[in-house]
Write a protein that binds this ligand. Structure first.
Ligand SMILES: Cc1cc2nc3c(=O)[nH]c(=O)nc-3n(C[C@H](O)[C@H](O)[C@H](O)COP(=O)(O)O)c2cc1C
Length: 348
C-alpha cells in the first residue's frame, strides 16, 4: 500500500477507497477487526435502530447464492464470480447500548490502522434516529452512515426500516439528523427509483456530506421445480450483475450534482478492478459487502492488492480515477456512423 491509493470522502481522509460495507459479517467485533486487519480504508459496522421487529427479522433471515442459471449453489468462497447473494436480512441483534459501546471501541481501535469503524443507523422513527445519532457522536464515533434506502420497507413489519423514495422526505430526515450532529454524515439511498440523482441532491442539500448509492433491490426468483418463490418471498438482490447499474447512478449523479459532491459506490463490487470501475464512474470510495460475506475477508486484502497493482500499471493515483469515464460519456447523437453494423450481430 502506498500514497497512490489515498482518497477522501469529503472531510474524511481514507488511506484507500475500499470500505467494508455493512452486513452480517460485521455484527461481531471480531469481524470488524478482521476487516481492519485486511487493510481497508474504513469499515461500516452492521446497522441498528430501535425496532424490535428489525432485530427479529435477523433471526428469520435466510440467505442463498445463485449461479448464472438462477440455480442455488453452495454458500462457499469458491462460488463462481457471477454468483450473487439473494436474502432477507434484519438488523444487529445487539441492544443499541451494546452496539454503541462496541462501535465506539472499534472506532478507537481503527485509528491505529489509519482507518475507521463507521456507525450505521437505519431509519425507523425519525425522532429516535436523531437521538441515536446524537449518542453516536457523544460516544466519540467519528463518522455516521444513515441508511434510508434498505430494500425491505415494503416487505418488513411496518416501521422497521425505510425505503425513502421522495426527495422532500429525504430533506426532512437528513436536515433533522444534520441538526443533531457535527460529525461527517453519509447518507445511503435506494436504487429502487428512477430518481436516484434527485434523491442524492436532496441528501446533499440537507447537509449530507456523502451519498452512498445505491442500495440493493427487491426481486422475485421463481423456483421452476417447486413453483414457489425462492426462500418463499420477495428477496433483497444485487451483486455482480448490478455493477453497471451502480456505475450508471454514480455517473448520472456526478453529472447532475458536480464533481465536488462525494459519492460512495455500493452494489456489485467484488474486486479491486470493480473498485476502479466505480471510481471511474464517479465514486471517491467503494463499499463491498456480500462478496466478503460469501468469500471471506481475504476478498478485501486481495482487492486492495489488485487495485494497487492496477494503479501502478496505469501510473495513476486513486484520486485520478474519480469520474474519468463518467466525464467522457457521450450522447448517442455524438456517436459516429456505423453503417449496417447491426448485420454483424444477428444469427448467421
Ligand atoms: C446479508 C446482507 C445484510 C446487509 N445488511 C446491511 C445493513 O445492516 N446495513 C446496511 O446499510 N446495508 C446492509 N446491507 C447492504 C450492503 O451494505 C450493500 O449495500 C449491498 O449488499 C450491495 O453491495 P454488495 O454488492 O457489495 O453486497 C446488507 C447486505 C446483505 C447482502
Amino acid at each position: 500500500m502506498n500514497g497512490a491509493s489515498r482518497t477522501s470522502v469529503g472531510r474524511v481522509p481514507l488511506k484507500n477507497p475500499l470500505i467494508a460495507g455493512s452486513a452480517e459479517h460485521l455484527i461481531e467485533a471480531d469481524g470488524v477487526r478482521r476487516a481492519l486487519r485486511a487493510g481497508v480504508g474504513a469499515v461500516v459496522v452492521k446497522s441498528t435502530n430501535e425496532s424490535q421487529a428489525a432485530r427479529h427479522q435477523l433471526q428469520c433471515a435466510e440467505y442463498m447464492v445463485l449461479d448464472d442459471h438462477w440455480r442455488p449453489i453452495p454458500w462457499d468462497k469458491e462460488a463462481p464470480a457471477h454468483a450473487f447473494v439473494a436474502c432477507r436480512s434484519g438488523l444487529t441483534p445487539q441492544s443499541f447500548e451494546v452496539w454503541l459501546e462496541q462501535t465506539a471501541m472499534l472506532d478507537r481501535e481503527a485509528r491505529s490502522y489509519d482507518s475507521y469503524a463507521v456507525a450505521s443507523l437505519i431509519l425507523a422513527e425519525l425522532e429516535t434516529a436523531v437521538a441515536m445519532a446524537r449518542q453516536v457522536e457523544q460516544a466519540g464515533v467519528r463518522v455516521l452512515e444513515l441508511n434510508i434506502g434498505t430494500p425491505y420497507a415494503s416487505q418488513a413489519a411496518k416501521g422497521a426500516v425505510s425505503t425513502e423514495l421522495d426527495p422532500a422526505r429525504i430533506t426532512t430526515i437528513v436536515s433533522a439528523v444534520r441538526a443533531a450532529v457535527t460529525i461527517p454524515l453519509w447518507i445511503k439511498i435506494t436504487g429502487q427509483s428512477e430518481r436516484v440523482p434527485e434523491l442524492a441532491a436532496a441528501a446533499f442539500a440537507a447537509g449530507g456530506e456523502a451519498v452512498v448509492m445505491a442500495g440493493r433491490s427487491l426481486g422475485l426468483i421463481p423456483d421452476v421445480e417447486t413453483f414457489e418463490p425462492m426462500l418463499g418471498t420477495t428477496l433483497g438482490v444485487g451483486g455482480h450483475w448490478n455493477m453497471p447499474l451502480t456505475c450508471q447512478w454514480l455517473a448520472l449523479s456526478r453529472g447532475k450534482l458536480g464533481a465536488d459532491k462525494p459519492l460512495i459506490g455500493t452494489n456489485g463490487a467484488q474486486s479491486g478492478l470493480d473498485v476502479a470501475r466505480m471510481m471511474l464512474a464517479g465514486a471517491c470510495a467503494v463499499e463491498m459487502s456480500s462478496a466478503v460475506m460469501l468469500r471471506g475477508f481475504e476478498v478485501l486484502s486481495d482487492s486492495l492488492a489488485e487495485l494497487d497493482a492496477y494503479l501502478a500499471r496505469k501510473d495513476v493515483t486513486a484520486r485520478d480515477l474519480i469520474g474519468r469515464a463518467a466525464d467522457r460519456r457521450k450522447t448517442f447523437a455524438e456517436m459516429p456512423l456505423r453503417q449496417d453494423n447491426w448485420r454483424r450481430h444477428i444469427p448467421a
